[in-house]
Ligand binder design. Structure first.
Ligand code: ATP
Ligand code: MG
Length: 414
């Protein structure tokens, strides 16, 4: 492959050109260059330039320029409603706390700017005027599918330990492997991940789990997360690889593998954490594909949660070579599909009677109303009561009679 040019979108080229014309070299840089060369669609087009934020203000006078990260040299130009992130070339001073450089220096050269970037394949720049700028042999590594730190790996990971998690994440997204010195340094220094903000580690872990090569990345590099995750059993990578492309399902598998503590310590959002933990809790119970069990699962987890559970179960059983479990998991899937297609009742909302009916039958407003509805739902889910209004109203009356008879009995005993 030639790897010499890339298709920069017309509007992005126009921004580069405005800067060049004003006398400031400007390039697209980082992930967008890497992804374009790999034939992947870039997530966004980052621009870097010799202009400082004040110089950008002069160049784009009359346009909307927002100081989104001015301290770090980043300004956002908004043209025709589209945002363009433009960052001044910079070099970084000493690192303070394994994450934040002491100071940021503007007025650096493109080469200095590329030198501070994490991996050689992320240190590529391109402009239609200059073509591809490859100061650190990123193209060689791109061809070889290798992640190699720019400069000395130990030093680069010591500066910013998040790069260790990023390396594992790029392995999962790109299917690359780590060049040996980078890999050795990553394993030697991965303990420092505990010093990185949990939100940043979580973001990388999420992207890793959603990567097309997540299974392989976990098998090879799951151990890099030892400071923030309990040890992962050997089947974890295979199970994640067998999951559909869905974060909650993959997290449920991870919870099954190493417990739910990491969901909280890495500050996963409440809703995601709850859904993954709830589905994972079901994975600990013996599989059961009866129609009643399907309805109860739908009741407890909701439709999406039950699908997450079923997919996670299938993936875990496949990874553990548990043939009986795999058969059970697929039986559960088809029972669930049938239950949903046939409109099985698994929630109070679907029940053909409601609180008003219960009160009209003579129950005083209060907790008893909900309790009686739950009993009715329970019998419907067990399959001993039809979810038909007349049937439910008749059962409601006998239920109330039974309960008052029981009450009288206990009064007499007392
Ligand atoms: P993605 O496709 O996920 O956006 P990306 O490579 O663009 O991948 P970003 O996090 O958007 O990743 O970062 C943009 C660029 O900034 C990277 O390509 C890299 O050059 C540089 N970079 C980002 N984070 C770091 C870091 N922690 N240390 C050094 N360089 C970094
Ligand atoms: Mg990016």
């Amino acid at each position: 492959m030639a790897y010499r040019t890339i298709d920069v979108p017309q509007d992005v080229s126009a921004v580069l050109e405005t800067l060049w014309r004003a006398g400031y070299p400007a390039y697209v840089v980082g992930g967008c260059v890497r992804d374009s060369l790999l034939g992947r669609v870039p997530a966004d087009w980052d621009i870097c330039t010799a202009a400082t934020p004040d110089e950008m203000r002069a160049v784009f006078a009359g346009e909307t320029l927002i100081a989104t990260g001015e301290k770090h040299g980043t300004m956002t130009l908004v043209r025709c409603g589209v945002p363009y992130e433009i960052t001044a070339f910079r070099s970084e001073g000493e690192y303070r706390d394994a994450r934040h450089p002491e100071c940021v220096r503007f007025g650096a050269t493109l080469k200095e700017d590329l030198a501070r970037r994490d991996f050689t394949v992320n240190a590529l720049a391109f402009s239609p005027r200059d073509g591809l700028v490859d100061e650190f042999e990123g193209i060689v590594d791109l061809r070889a599918h290798l992640l190699r730190c720019v400069g000395q790996a130990e030093q680069r990971f010591a500066e910013d330990a998040l790069r260790i998690a990023r390396a594992a994440r790029f392995v999962a997204q790109l299917g690359f492997s780590m060049e040996p010195a980078t890999e050795r340094a990553a394993f030697a220094q991965c303990g420092m991940l505990s010093a990185v903000s949990p939100e940043r580690v979580r973001a990388e872990l999420e992207r890793l789990l959603c990567g097309a090569y997540a299974g392989a990345a976990l098998r090879m590099y799951g151990g890099l997360f030892a400071a923030v995750l309990p040890p992962l059993p050997a089947w974890t990578g295979d199970a994640v690889a067998a999951c559909p492309d869905d974060l909650t399902t993959r997290l449920a598998v991870l919870v099954h593998a190493c417990g739910e503590g990491f969901l909280y310590s890495l500050r996963f959002p409440g809703e995601t954490a709850f859904a993954a933990a709830a589905a994972a809790a079901y994975l600990n119970a013996p599989p059961d594909a009866s129609r009643e069990s399907v309805r109860r699962t739908l009741h407890r987890l909701g439709v999406h949660g039950a699908q997450v559970y079923a997919a996670a179960r299938a993936a875990v059983c496949a990874a553990k070579h548990d043939d009986a479990g795999t058969r059970e998991a697929s039986a559960f899937w088809s029972a669930m599909r049938t239950a949903l297609a046939e409109g099985d009742c698994y929630s109070l909302a679907q029940l053909q009677v409601n609180g008003t009916d219960v009160m009209e039958a003579g129950v005083r407003p209060g907790r008893d109303v909900g309790r009686i509805l739950s009993r009715l739902l329970d019998e419907v889910m067990r399959g001993i009561l039809l979810n038909e209004r007349s049937v439910l109203l008749a059962r409601l009356r006998t239920m109330i009679q039974e309960e008052s008879a029981e009450d009288e009995e206990s009064e007499t005993v007392r």
